[in-house]
Design a protein around this ligand. Structure first.
Ligand SMILES: Nc1ncnc2c1ncn2[C@@H]1O[C@H](COP(=O)(O)OP(=O)(O)OP(=O)(O)O)[C@@H](O)[C@H]1O
Ligand SMILES: [Mg+2]
Length: 415
């Protein structure tokens, strides 16, 4: 497929929309660069389809602005926006042949017949439905219909492609294959793409950047590795990753020239100093750590916490352990820990777990949204956070403003 040359940057500025008095999208600002593949991720009902429809022109925003390629399209009808969309509900014509469905948009835009034919075949081959071209969707499976919808959108070769859960009805193997093929194709076509999914693996593997949404509010927009490693708040850390990030509550202790966090009577030493924890001395802090970032030991060691193994789940490439921190009180602190499959562990056994300090993400438990201290710090003191560098746009601005506004920093906190 050939390259699209015109600029098709999508800019959403402070967009809000409510249904029956309830905000479906709440003051959303987002820039998708020309040719970028942005994945929109979030739980069911968080506003993903509403945002996509606002960009497509199928549901106007109540306030805010949408521009595509520098043109204000906020009030432009969908047909004039030169975008292509795959709907969550497919929206294909059941009694028109697959061939007719895929070529529909092209016929509407008066594309010459031979070009239509060529593009229909190309898109059908890509989605592995070339043998179904003369069938009617009414006589096809859900996954086959969904592929017709994706093929129709791709055949348009629009500069802007909006896809709402385009692979949700495919079996795991086909999904895996499509994921890679779509990624390759969209990089080739260079369309500006917003891709909605529930599937975090899809989000992390396909997106140039991932936008995480919750209850109509964007939580974080960044490269997949950043969203995974440095979630801006507890929601993002708990939503992305399988298993989600572990969170444990503790108390910051400064003693004997060391900074440590007391977790149910056991101490995690953070180091000789930890400036970001200074404001929390003697106070509650929440520790976040991913299952694969802990060291598991079969014997006691300095700085390793004693845990009991509750469940062992062999997953092939790794074993997933559910463990509970041995505590001096009634509180239970369950955690998920990944180990190499050859590491012997059985339910009921005791193990020791070490948290490498550089793998710990600190969360402010006092704050309702559970902001990560790093995000707080960047939001408050660094107008140009290093974490946002690799992409030229500045979509973090929205998160930053909200973080800075919403959070009261401890009085003795110094940058
Ligand atoms: N036409 C509508 N009328 C009333 N409420 C609506 C309408 N469309 C969406 N909503 C509500 O707006 C919120 C956001 O819905 P939306 O469809 O955008 O969610 P979503 O993130 O796409 O969810 P899913 O992952 O389940 O598709 C939900 O609370 C939903 O009930
Ligand atoms: Mg939806």
């Amino acid at each position: 497929m050939h390259e699209v040359s015109a600029m098709a940057e999508i800019v959403v500025e402070r967009a809000s929309k409510s249904f029956g008095g309830k905000l479906a999208i709440d003051d959303v600002s987002l820039t998708v660069n020309d040719g970028e593949f942005l994945v929109l991720l979030g739980p069911s009902g968080c506003g993903k389809t509403t945002l996509l429809r606002a960009i497509a022109g199928l549901g106007m925003v109540d306030s805010g602005r949408v521009t595509i390629g520098g043109r204000d399209v906020t009030y432009l009808p969908a047909g004039d926006r030169e975008i292509s969309m795959v709907f969550q509900s497919y929206a294909i014509f059941p009694h028109m042949s697959v061939r007719g469905n895929i070529g529909f948009g092209l016929r509407m835009s008066k594309t010459p017949g031979d070009v239509i034919e060529e593009r229909v075949e190309e898109a059908a081959a890509l989605l592995h439905i070339e043998d179904l071209l003369d069938r009617k969707p009414s006589a096809m499976s859900g996954g086959q219909r969904q592929r017709v919808a994706v093929a129709r959108a791709l055949a348009m070769k629009a500069e802007v492609l909006l896809m709402d859960e385009p692979l949700s009805n495919l079996d795991a193997l086909l999904r895996l294959e499509m994921r890679a093929e779509l990624k390759r194709l969209l990089a080739e076509v260079n369309a500006t793409t917003i891709y909605v999914t529930h599937d975090q693996i899809e989000a992390l593997s396909m997106g140039d950047r991932v936008a995480v949404m919750r209850e109509g509010v964007l939580q974080q927009v960044d490269r997949p590795s950043v969203v995974y490693d440095n979630p801006s708040n507890q929601f993002v850390g708990g939503f992305i990753g399988n298993p989600p990030m572990n969170f444990l509550d503790g108390v910051v202790k400064h003693a004997g020239g060391k900074v440590a966090v007391d977790l149910a009577g056991q101490a995690v030493t953070v180091g000789p100093s930890a400036p970001e924890l200074d404001p929390y001395a003697g106070r509650a802090i929440r520790l976040g750590i991913r299952a694969e970032n802990m060291e598991t030991l079969a014997t006691p060691a300095e700085d390793a916490l004693r845990v009991r193994v509750d469940v062992v789940e062999p997953l092939g490439a790794q074993n997933l352990l559910t463990v509970t921190l041995r505590s001096d009180g009634p509180a239970r602190h369950p955690m998920k820990v990944s180990t190499h499959p050859t590491f012997g562990a059985a339910a009921g056994q005791e193990l020791w777990i070490r948290f490498p300090p550089e793998q710990i993400r600190w969360i402010d438990p006092q704050h309702r949204a559970g902001f990560a201290l790093k995000a707080l710090y960047l939001a408050r003191y660094n107008p140009n956070p290093r974490l946002a560098e690799p992409t030229p746009a500045t979509p973090r601005r929205f998160c930053k403003v909200r973080a800075a506004k919403a959070v009261r920093m401890p009085a003795n906190h110094k940058p």
